[in-house]
Each structure stands twice: as C-alpha cells, then as structure tokens.
Design a protein around this ligand. Sequence first.
Ligand code: SF4
Length: 320
Amino acid sequence: MATYTVDPTTGAITNDACEINVVHHCNLSCRGCTHLSPLWHKQFIDIDALANDLRLLSKFYHVNRFRLLGGEPLLHPDLVGVIETVHMSGIAQAVAVVTNGVLLWKMPDAFWQAVDIINVSMYPDRRMSPEQLQICQQKAEKFEVWLYLHDMNEFREVYTELGTTDRTLVKRIYDTCLYIHRQYVHNIEQGYFYKCPQAVFLPKLLKDKFHSPTINGVKITDSPTLGEELRAYLASCDPLASCTYCLGSVGTKFAHKEVRRSEWRQFQHVHSEERIDFPLLKALEQDLDYQEVWGAGSYHKMYYVRSTEDYEQCLVGMYR
Ligand code: SF4
C-alpha cells in the first residue's frame, strides 16, 4: 500500500512529508520518545551537508511538508539557517517545525518569519502557560504561521532491547506499521534516506545487533540511478532490519512520563512479545484505518490556532 506517488513519465516521487533531525538531544526526557532522544549527546545537523543531500535528492523526490525535529529542534543555534536551506532546495512546499514548545515563546521574529507550520507536542506538566501560549498565538498571527497544538498524554512502546526471533511476527509488525503505510515519515540523516525514524535510530543505539548504523537506508549520491534505488526501496514489502526490535504501531500503551536518562533503557529490556498490543495488531491487520489507534485519548488531541476565536476554543479544550 503506497503512501507516495510516482510520476509515470519522469519517475519523480512525491510524498506528504519528510523529516530531518535538526539536533539529536532534547531538553525533556520522555519515556516514550520515538527518536530515543534522552539517550543522545548534543549533536547538531551540519547545514552544508544538509544542503548537499537536499540538492541531490530533490532531482527525484519532493514533499508537501518538510518537518524539522529532533530531539528538540529549537536547541539548534541556527535553526533559521536550517529552515532557509530547506526552502532554498525547493524540495518542499512548506517547512514545519515539531517542538515540545518549552522554548517557543522565546523564539525571535526571524524564526517566525522563516517557518510555515509549527506543531507543538504538549506534554503533561510541560505545557506552556496561557501567557506563553498567547505570545505564540500573537506571533503566529503576525507572521501568518500555522500553529498546531497536540495534547500528548499517552504513548505506545517504541522498541525492545531483546526484539523477537519470530520472523512472522516481524512481518506482521511491518505490515501494520502506520509510520510507513499511513504517516509518511521518511527521514534524511547524514547522507542517507530512510523509510521511518526508527530505521535511523535503532541501529545507532543497538550497535551490537546491526552490522552497520546505516543498514536500513539508501545512500544519497549524485548517481543517475538514485531515483530508481529510492523507488525500489520504498516499494519493497520486506521488513527493515530494525523491524526486529521495533514495535511499529502496535506497542502497548502507557501514560506519558519523564524518566531519568540513566534509567531510560532499562524499561525496554524485554522481548517484543511482552510489549505488543495483540488486539490492536489484529485490528490493524483487518483495517489499517482502524480508528482506535488514532482516536482522541489514544495518541493525542489536536488544536489548531490561527484566529483569536480558534485560540480561545483551544484554551478551553486544553485547560478544562
Ligand atoms: S522500523 Fe519497521 S516497524 Fe519500526 S517504524 Fe520502521 S518500518 Fe515500522
């Protein structure tokens, strides 16, 4: 089931969204972080290397939205430079920043001028105050930025350290994975293109389980066959190496909480079978649009803020 289109004449790929990790580290330590950010040391994206990757990739690949995240992207000292680099590459219609919002109200006008969309993941006990939110809303209106607030109270388990030896189960996890069948979250990381964020991060973390940290990716080169390689990679029905340790969309659900970075991995020292929501797996096998996985109270509620009226409604919903 494709989530992207291929132009029959040129072979160019168009997808809804692609992500880059502007930094790897974060100022929070959420137990359910899908990018494993509490485990990474400070690391900032190299803007020149990014520009080169986008230049090569944009010959064959375009997206509606290019999403900048991490880690916490607002920790990058030249985030405006990153946004401008993406804009100049012509690879995307719009640039979105995905943030936990803690620093958002402090961001300078140059940031609001550069960005098109902001998605704020609002975590319990880490939400902006109404005053900070109001500053953001005013900036969004002034600079015509689309500001979305996602109320994130629950997570699903992302991966396990012990994985599974059951190849049939790995295929079932892959086939029900909404990251690649519904959410369109391709990733670019240090010269490689990936189907999903877990394909980037799991081999970097579980070094003894994978023979290369880039095992799941396609190298971005100036080869004329790059488009062909990308199309074959995206069309493949074979699970990625990282799917052996990843839980895709069917990890068991738990309430959001932050944990000490030194203790973060210990929660994952189990086999995949112990952290799979099997009723959800079966439901998704029958219907990938099964609503429970997306419904309010399952992942998040979303509020859109543009007009003052929207903002007031958002506050009512968020702080009631
Ligand atoms: S590693 Fe596999 S299961 Fe996990 S998100 Fe990627 S494709 Fe889905």
